[in-house]
Design a protein around this ligand. Structure first.
Ligand SMILES: *Cc1c(COP(=O)(O)O)cnc(C)c1O
Length: 367
């Protein structure tokens, strides 16, 4: 049987039916109904964040968070990372802002805080770093820089659901954090997303933006869009959230087996969570150094494919090398380029058997 890079976690069908039964009774399908509100409160608890607004997906959550924070400004620049899913950059550009790419750290692939200050100009309005693979950025260093220069920080926390740093939930850092609940993520609502934040004045703005700018019943206060999470997806979230701890524990077992098998192989570099971070094992990245290991990342990718195993070159290419950005005159980021050429995320999901992890490792190691 083929092994894909991920497999969406799903509740028992009966559990989902129980959760959607009230929707069939009330005919209330969307527009921030009771299931939405229940799910929102459960997530605030689970993530340990003061405030949370739910969205139809992570991308719209990020786009509207940028808008709601008042960052749209003629010629405004946002310092961000090219080592991400393209959504992060698109969200900046679609707000009329210019991405300024900051290179990453070679050990954990998150934005390198030592390189941020050189990129700050009088046009800089914000920093949008990305937590990568279920590990977190250097939130303390980024916090210091943003305060010193009076810049807003929005974290793309699409990979960081349930992750904590020194016991504090990932959604507490910066001015806002975006989570994605896409089917391929550790926690899913099929499609879905959220913005976590602490400034209460932000609540109304986000609410308006995702609902056409409508304020109260009759007033339209802003040029909003439509990015509401519906009741059925909220119900899916309620079901999946119940099983989250179990799901992360299982992923940790899979990751531990990979670590055991690949941890001491010359030429393979594995992810290293920041000290104090409890990761969620969203992804299992392995960096292949062809000169030492003897096979390149692309060799390993192909060899796995021949064995019906589908890993993912992720993130590849770096965003500043994608067709729609490569001619934009953006600075080069050599570390992000290097990592994007050598990194492979191996299959990891709740139901992946340890025997399958062994099979994957056997192929990688030619055993
Ligand atoms: C998945 C993802 C997004 C987009 O989230 P969607 O819910 O799919 O819109 C943004 N950034 C990163 C890093 C992601 O992995």
């Amino acid at each position: 049987m083929s092994i894909l890079v991920t497999r969406s976690s799903m509740p028992k069908l009966e559990d989902y039916i129980e959760e959607i039964r009230p929707i069939f009774e009330s005919h209330r399908l969307t527009n921030m109904g009771p299931v939405y509100k229940q799910f929102q409160h459960q997530l605030i608890d689970y993530l340990g964040v003061p405030e949370l607004s739910l969205f139809v997906n992570g991308h719209m959550a990020l786009e509207m968070a940028i808008h709601a924070l008042g960052l749209r400004r003629e010629g405004g620049e946002v310092i961000t990372t090219p080592f991400t899913f393209v959504s992060t950059t698109h969200a900046i550009v679609r707000n009329g802002l210019k991405p300024v790419f900051c290179d990453i750290k070679p050990d954990d692939y998150t934005m390198n805080p030592e390189k941020i200050e050189d990129l700050i100009t009088d046009k800089t309005v914000a920093i949008i770093p990305v937590h990568v693979y279920g590990n977190l950025c250097d939130v303390e260093a980024i916090d210091k820089i943003s305060k010193k220069h009076n810049l807003k920080v929005i974290y793309d926390a699409a990979h960081a659901f349930g992750v904590t740093y020194k016991g504090v939930g990932a959604g507490n850092f910066g001015d806002a954090s975006m989570f994605s609940f896409h089917a391929t993520k550790v926690f899913n609502t099929i499609e879905g997303g959220a913005v976590a934040f602490h400034d209460q004045s932000f609540r109304e703005k986000l609410h308006e933006l995702k609902n056409f700018g409508i304020h109260g019943v009759d007033d339209v206060m802003a040029v909003g869009g439509n990015a509401k999470l519906d009741e059925f997806r909220a119900a899916m979230g309620i079901c999946n959230l119940r099983r989250m701890d179990e799901c992360i524990t299982r992923r940790a077992e899979v990751a531990a087996r990979y670590n055991e098998r690949l941890g001491n192989i010359p030429g393979i570099r594995l992810g290293k969570p920041k000290e104090g971070v409890m990761p969620n094992h969203a992804y299992y990245p392995a960096y292949f150094d062809e000169n030492v290991f003897g096979k390149s990342r692309d060799d390993v990718f192909e060899q796995l494919k021949e064995n019906d195993i589908y890993a993912r070159k992720y993130f590849y290419p770096a965003v500043n090398e994608m067709a729609c950005y490569k001619d934009g005159g953006y600075a080069e980021t050599p570390i992000a380029h290097d990592v994007s050429m050598h990194i492979l995320t191996l299959p990891i999901y709740e139901e992946l058997a340890l025997e399958d992890v062994d099979r994957i490792c056997d192929v990688i190691l030619n055993k």
